[in-house]
Design a protein around this ligand. Structure first.
Ligand code: DX5
Ligand code: ZN
Length: 231
């Protein structure tokens, strides 16, 4: 797994449940509220029972916010199919699902060669062991804390054992959590060792998103500080 410094806290709002007819405005609102990156959920109606958007939208969004880090959460079958188009559209991270991929190492290399960071996502039922043989090939592991497909679902706390396992064995890995993460569930994520925090409805639905982002950041930064003191 790449990276040789302790992973820092990054908050990535998911705009899935925001007003998608004003996508650029919603994305700007998130960045102005203190987000570190944007988590963009791509759904194909096959891997998950829902549809969102694909690379043409990302390509239109990119010139409106040239410096923002786009994490593409690819909830699609055949994730190898969209690597070039997403790279061309300006994506920074390509997070595919291990369950949707037949040849994980080849896909990881393809993503890396296209200039994007490599993320591997695991649905709640998929054990971390599935991806351990390829640990040198990815930059981020995304632990889903809901079944992918919809925003606003309840957080699955039992996924924290996956986060803990990864943090213990891969101290420099970026570990991302996604699904039901908000003020009431951030502390367990932070303590387990997650450092990339995706949060949808808790941020986009808040009357003051900047307050929620600050609260999430505070929890993660405290946990990182605590773990460094314990070393
Ligand atoms: C769910 C998506 C999430 C979703 C999170 O399949 O991957 O990114 O938007 O939304 P909340 O935080 O509301 O669960
Ligand atoms: Zn997501």
């Amino acid at each position: 797994m790449s990276g040789h410094s302790h992973p820092s806290c990054k908050i990535g709002p998911s705009i899935l449940c925001a007003d998608l007819s004003c996508l650029a405005d919603e994305c700007r609102r998130m960045m102005q509220s203190g987000a570190d990156y944007l988590h963009l959920d791509v759904m194909d109606g096959h891997f998950v029972p829902n549809l969102t958007f694909g690379h043409p939208i990302v390509k239109c969004l990119r010139p409106k916010m040239p410096d923002v880090y786009f994490d593409m959460h690819m909830m699609v079958q055949n994730p190898e199919k969209w690597v070039e188009s997403m790279a061309d559209a300006g994506a920074n991270q390509y997070t595919f699902h291990a369950e949707a991929c037949e040849d994980i190492p080849t896909l990881c290399r393809k993503i890396q060669e296209s200039g994007m960071r490599v993320g591997v996502g695991l649905k709640p039922g998929t054990p971390v062991e599935t991806i351990l043989p390829y640990s040198d090939l990815f930059d981020v592991v995304l632990i889903m804390t809901v079944e992918p497909g919809f925003g606003g679902q309840s957080f699955m706390e039992d996924m924290m054992s996956k986060v803990q396992y990864l943090r213990t064995n891969f101290p420099y890995l970026d570990i991302e959590v996604d699904g039901g993460v908000g003020p009431s569930t951030i502390d367990v994520c932070a303590e387990a060792g997650a450092n990339m925090i995706v949060s949808g409805t808790a941020i986009t639905g808040a009357s003051d998103p900047s307050q929620v982002i600050a609260l999430l950041r505070n929890s993660v930064e405290n946990a990182i500080q605590k773990s460094q003191l314990e070393r």
